[in-house]
Design a protein around this ligand. Structure first.
Ligand code: PLP
Length: 443
């Protein structure tokens, strides 16, 4: 067998793994070697059910042959096309399809390779837009506590995850954070958007009063905070943010890196809320996770404001070598075909209620402090161990994988279930039963 296909690597020391407890991993690795449908095959030959669509990206299930075939075809025909000053047809076709899927009015898209890049691109577009319109003093951004916007300096700065920010100094200046909308006291075990918390959006008015609207470029939020525990927005909260930002000429950027492509039953969560932000960042599900790819959708107004200057010069000095890479655009086109042909967004919508019911059954465990299902995503908080925050969560992750054939994302002491949109009801109950087994085994 080729060296790179061996199930057990000879040495684990050289690869520095991202967002991973590296030393513990090396002592007891969790290795997967193939995937099909809802399951991973582990290096020791077990079938492990994937409860979190990889990292919320494999929305159409693993091992989709249509996507693999599209990637293979283009890899032979056009391995790379220069991204700057030259194009290839599929990038334009894909832009047309994505803007058709997006909320009306978001009719241009800038391509990148990761959610982090899509968010940083969104922030740069916001700054450039204001500058072009003679409002270059609008440089402040407002994020939200427990927001996750990737790990570029822009997204990290508007993000509200203390551990991610801690080691990197002051980050971007001029950033404020809205309060997190989650408060267990008011909304525990709520299904979908909680009733409590809409008024937290009014804090934006206080920040506007403090800094002056004319200094604020944009508000950046996830419609549903995903990575930090699945925190659905209170009813009316996002609508209120839209209303306040519009009134003050502040751009509203939705980070839909997790929530797009069916996770909430719609192409974009914006549609679920009947809202049109000025900019949307997306990634993950756009290629079903098969090739790194992302994008930033913008309104016609923003685009028009930046299409100025001499004809021979780039209008916007930004881009990536791999923006609109042929392999990524091929994967995205094939993925969008699957979503359409199998009506997977509608399927997610149909499954939402039963998914919530199945997840809520974990309420029977005293160790479970809260359950927050919305769309096909659910955060389950467990009681932290007296040994410290995250200790029990890490134990859960390990027990689930090694003893219960369950892959699930765990952050601190929160387990996040976000299955592929192809999941059957039997697979949803299987995920729950395996999770319950792992929970029961915790010390
Ligand atoms: N934004 C959100 C909402 C995310 O959930 C993530 C990743 O989970 C990102 C941005 C960063 O994406 P990436 O890891 O592709 O850079």
């Amino acid at each position: 067998m080729a060296e790179h296909l061996k199930n057990e690597p000879s040495d684990l020391a050289a690869y520095w793994m991202p967002f991973t407890a590296n030393r513990a991993f090396q002592r007891r690795p969790r290795m997967v070697v193939s995937a099909k449908g809802m399951h991973y095959t582990t290096s020791d030959g077990r079938q492990v059910i994937d409860a979190t669509s990889g990292l919320y990206c494999v929305n159409a299930g693993h091992g989709r042959e249509e996507i693999a075939a599209a990637i293979k075809e283009v890899a032979y025909r056009l391995d790379y096309a220069p991204a700057f000053q030259f194009g290839h047809p599929q990038a334009f076709e894909l832009a047309n399809r994505l803007t058709a899927l997006a909320p009306a009015g978001l009719d241009h898209v800038f391509f990148s390779n990761s959610g982090s890049e899509a968010v940083d691109t969104a922030m740069k577009i916001a700054l450039a837009y204001h500058r072009q319109r003679g409002e270059g003093q609008r440089t402040r951004f407002i994020g939200r506590e427990r927001g996750y916007h990737g790990v570029g300096f822009g997204g990290l700065s508007v993000g509200g995850v203390p551990a991610n920010r801690r080691d990197f100094g002051t980050l971007l200046p001029g950033i404020d954070h809205l309060r997190c909308t989650y408060d267990r006291e008011h909304q525990s075990f709520a299904i979908g958007e909680p009733e409590w918390g809409r008024e937290l959006a009014d804090e934006l008015e206080q920040l506007v009063a403090l800094h002056g609207a004319s200094n604020i470029a944009a508000v950046v939020v996830e419609p549903i905070a995903g990575s930090t525990g699945c925190l659905p927005p209170p009813k009316g909260y996002l609508e209120r943010l839209r209303e306040i930002t519009k009134r003050h000429g502040i751009l509203l950027i939705f980070d839909e890196v997790i929530t797009a492509f069916g996770r909430t039953g719609y192409g974009f969560a914006s549609e679920r809320y009947g809202l049109t932000p000025d900019i949307i960042a997306f990634a993950k599900g756009v290629t079903n996770g098969a090739v790194p790819f992302a994008g930033t959708l913008v309104s016609g107004d923003i685009h028009a404001a930046l299409m100025t200057g001499p004809e021979h010069a780039p209008e916007f000095f930004h881009g990536y070598t791999y923006s609109g890479h042929p392999l990524a655009t091929a994967a995205a086109m094939a993925t969008l075909d699957i979503y359409r042909d199998e009506a997977l967004f509608e399927r997610a919508s149909t499954l939402e209620e039963v998914f919530a019911d199945v997840m809520m059954e974990m309420q029977s465990m005293p160790i479970v402090l809260d359950i927050r299902p919305i769309g096909l995503m659910c955060g389950i908080d467990i009681e932290p161990s007296a040994r410290g925050p995250g200790v029990r969560g890490y134990e859960l992750l390990q027990r689930a994988f090694h003893d219960h054939d369950l892959y699930v994302r765990v952050i601190n002491d929160t387990m996040i279930v976000a299955p592929s949109l192809i999941a059957t009801i039997d697979e949803l109950t299987d995920i729950r039963d395996r999770a319950l087994g792992a929970l029961k085994s915790l010390s």
